[in-house]
Design a protein around this ligand. Structure first.
Ligand code: ADP
Length: 274
């Protein structure tokens, strides 16, 4: 893949120049994949070479969020990996190289993937070693929610990865988000920051409706900053946004479809800190 067997073992190991960012959350449905997809597209739009490994093997959603769908394939787009010699080339969506278990599931087939720890570990390792990403500036990993097998595997395979914790403003979400940050740290990774998603919905009269409460992001950042560790900043508070949601549904991320939307502005402020 990269000429030498040693490089093939782990192109994103500690000596690589690629910034590796693992995006994690305590629980599902907080917008982790949506943030990952938008952040990747935003960084690619800034001229960086960007890849995503969709490590949410059971709940993969990155291909759909980036428009790598069966419908796009039917229209002639390359939406699945291509094999060239012994290389697996990832498809490219909005300038981002993407690999996901969803691309290895038969079109139209049930997309349930029921694998246990060792199989998950092997799959993630293969994504990182056998897929040819070339020289990336940034590799984003969309982790499954929680502190399970994959999060621990990533800690072992990529101990130098930075971790981005996504949470909602709810105190209960903050508790579980904090745990995912702590597990990352236990496996040697650095928590680079917290993103609060689904923050207040700006209504037509300008008032803000805090549908999911307030303060969860700041609370997680505060707790993860306790003790003898570098301070963990709250990088952004991404509001509830209909354009962001429809962007995910249509495969055209909001940072491209509606750059003036407050969610896009917030996501750009995360990219500023990468
Ligand atoms: P996770 O990866 O944490 O499971 P997703 O990124 O799949 O979460 O998001 C879950 C759902 O919430 C999706 O339907 C997505 O479009 C929606 N969503 C995420 N963030 C927002 C937001 N800021 N405003 C509105 N909808 C959102």
């Amino acid at each position: 893949l990269r000429g030498s067997k040693a490089a093939r073992v782990m192109p994103f190991g500690p000596n690589s120049l690629t910034r590796v960012i693992a995006v994690t959350s305590g629980k599902g449905g907080v917008g982790k994949s949506t943030i990952t997809a938008n952040l990747a597209v935003e960084l690619a739009g800034r001229g960086l070479s960007v890849g995503i490994v969709d490590a949410d093997v059971h709940g993969f959603s990155i291909p759909g969020l980036l428009g790598l769908t069966d419908a796009a394939a039917a229209a002639g787009a390359i939406t699945r990996p291509t094999q060239v010699g012994d290389m697996i080339l990832p498809p490219i969506a909005h300038g981002v190289k993407v690999i996901s278990i969803g691309m290895f599931v038969e079109p139209g087939a049930s997309s349930a993937v029921a694998w246990r720890g060792p199989m998950l570990h092997r799959t993630i390792t293969q994504f990182l070693t056998d897929v040819y990403f070339g020289d990336l500036d940034v590799l984003l990993l969309d982790l499954p929610p929680g502190t399970g097998d994959v999060a621990i595997s990533i800690g072992q395979i990529l101990p130098h990865a930075d971790v981005l914790v996504v949470t909602t403003p709810q105190p209960a979400a903050a508790d579980v988000a904090e745990r995912s940050g702590i597990v990352a740290r236990q496996t040697g990774q650095r928590v680079m920051g917290v993103v609060e998603n689904m923050a207040g919905l700006v209504q037509q009269d300008g008032t803000v409706l805090s549908l999911f409460g307030e303060g969860g992001g700041a609370e997680v950042a505060r707790r993860l900053s306790e003790g003898d560790v570098p301070p963990v900043p709250l990088l952004a508070s991404v509001p509830i946004s209909v354009p962001l949601r429809t962007g995910g549904d249509t495969g055209l991320p909001v940072v491209l479809s509606d750059p003036a939307d407050p969610a896009s502005v917030a996501i750009r402020s995360i990219a500023d800190r990468v």
